[in-house]
Design a protein around this ligand. Structure first.
Ligand code: NAD
Length: 353
């Protein structure tokens, strides 16, 4: 099989208790005045970082929200300019990382990202921003962080339900990487490893959110899934989720958790090789059903109705998916996509042909 492999630059510090290495990392990058970013919910984490990096902390901005609205970014860029910062430190999930990337896109400031969910955005050159209710996504190597500091200890507080949906979101990146148009052996290795790690760790985390080994595995899986997402193109699953999130404002990770079994069931017939590799890795002969049952076991909602979608959303999402489709291993059939969405709306098991 022919392929092109494009590795993205990344410096990753991974472990338990790695956060104290942040000041040295800032010094290595020449960051003397950093703006620390997070969401309102994680203000205490940002303040702790400001204390840790002491004289290198120029300010703290806690306005990060989901979907990177441009007015929030404008606000943060203005603060960065007023404070005269020469670097960014982001602590949080994909929302905080998104804000950091959006600021970097406009200012070229170096970034150190400290992820606390399994979203994986820190490993991708992708940045999605919302303006006037429209989400526009672009890819730019300039938004890749200079350093990512993964500290397992910071994920211990991620609530069980958020851990599940965030982890299923990460699994979805890796699953679609396996059948991507530009898939390649290196990314496929990472994808399979990520899926195995996360599928094993998530039920253990839900049972005991303080299970350290499971947290280590989940974060490693999330890191690898992020590389998958950043390295190869995504397909039907991501298009469906982006449409549901963009047009109907459904929550990000939760939507991925609902859609994954259904999108995989739709594509299964077109990618038998991928299905057998997945089946072997997970010890099942029905991979879509495995993911549906996994979502149930880890307490994720399995219906779009439970996420607040109205039934009319089925047609809206089907139209949006077909209007401007991503490449997909199986051609998109309107009636079948609607049927897929209806099953997802009702929380029914996936239909494998
Ligand atoms: P999030 O960043 O919105 O976090 C959800 C909530 O959990 C927030 O309130 C956050 O502060 C809190 N939280 C995060 N970590 C915590 C922890 N350890 N303990 C306690 N609370 C914690 O959610 P997310 O799913 O990580 O990110 C979703 C966003 O990321 C979406 O906007 C999505 O589009 C984007 N995303 C982008 C990419 C990309 O490559 N560009 C990839 C994945 C996700």
């Amino acid at each position: 099989m022919d392929f092109t492999y494009n590795a993205l630059p990344a410096r990753v510090i991974f472990g338990s208790g790695t956060l104290p290495r942040l000041p040295a990392e800032l010094d290595r990058l020449g960051i003397e005045r950093a703006l620390v970013l997070t969401t309102p919910h994680q203000e205490a984490d940002a303040q702790a970082i400001a204390r840790l990096i002491s004289r290198r902390a120029a300010g703290v901005y806690t306005g990060a929200v989901m979907h990177t609205p441009s007015d929030v970014t404008d606000d943060a860029v203005a603060l960065a300019r007023t404070l005269g910062v020469n670097g960014l430190v982001a602590i949080g999930g994909g929302s905080t990382t998104g804000l950091s990337k959006a600021i970097a896109l406009r200012t070229d400031l170096p970034q150190v990202i400290v992820p606390t969910t399994y979203a994986g955005s820190e490993m991708t050159p992708i940045i999605g921003e919302t303006k006037d209710g429209k989400k526009v996504t672009q890819s730019s190597p300039g938004v890749l962080p200079e350093t990512v500091v993964y500290d397992v200890d910071l994920t211990m507080t991620l609530p069980a339900k958020l851990s599940s949906t965030s982890g299923l979101n990460a699994i979805a990146h890796a699953v679609e990487a396996l059948y991507a148009q530009d898939r390649n052996p290196v990314v496929s290795l990472m994808a399979l490893e990520a899926i195995k790690l996360l599928a094993t760790a998530l039920p253990m985390i839900v049972e005991n959110p303080l299970h350290k080994e499971a947290r280590v595995d989940a974060l490693q899986g999330a890191w690898l899934s992020g590389i998958c997402l950043g390295s190869v193109g995504m397909a039907l699953h991501h298009k469906l989720c982006h449409t549901l999130g963009g047009a109907l404002n459904l929550p990000h990770a939760e939507t991925h958790a609902v859609i994954l079994p259904h999108a995989l069931a739709y594509n299964a017939v077109a990618v038998p090789d991928v299905m057998s590799r997945l089946g072997e890795a997970l010890g099942t002969d029905n991979v879509p059903l495995f993911f549906y049952e996994l979502a149930g076991r880890v307490g994720a909602d399995r219906s779009l109705r439970a996420l607040g979608m109205d039934e009319s959303g089925v047609n809206v999402a089907a139209d949006g998916t077909l209007a401007n489709p991503y490449w997909n291993p199986r051609p998109l059939d309107k009636m079948e996509i609607e049927a897929l969405l209806r099953r997802a709306f009702n929380g029914e098991p996936p239909h494998v042909r």
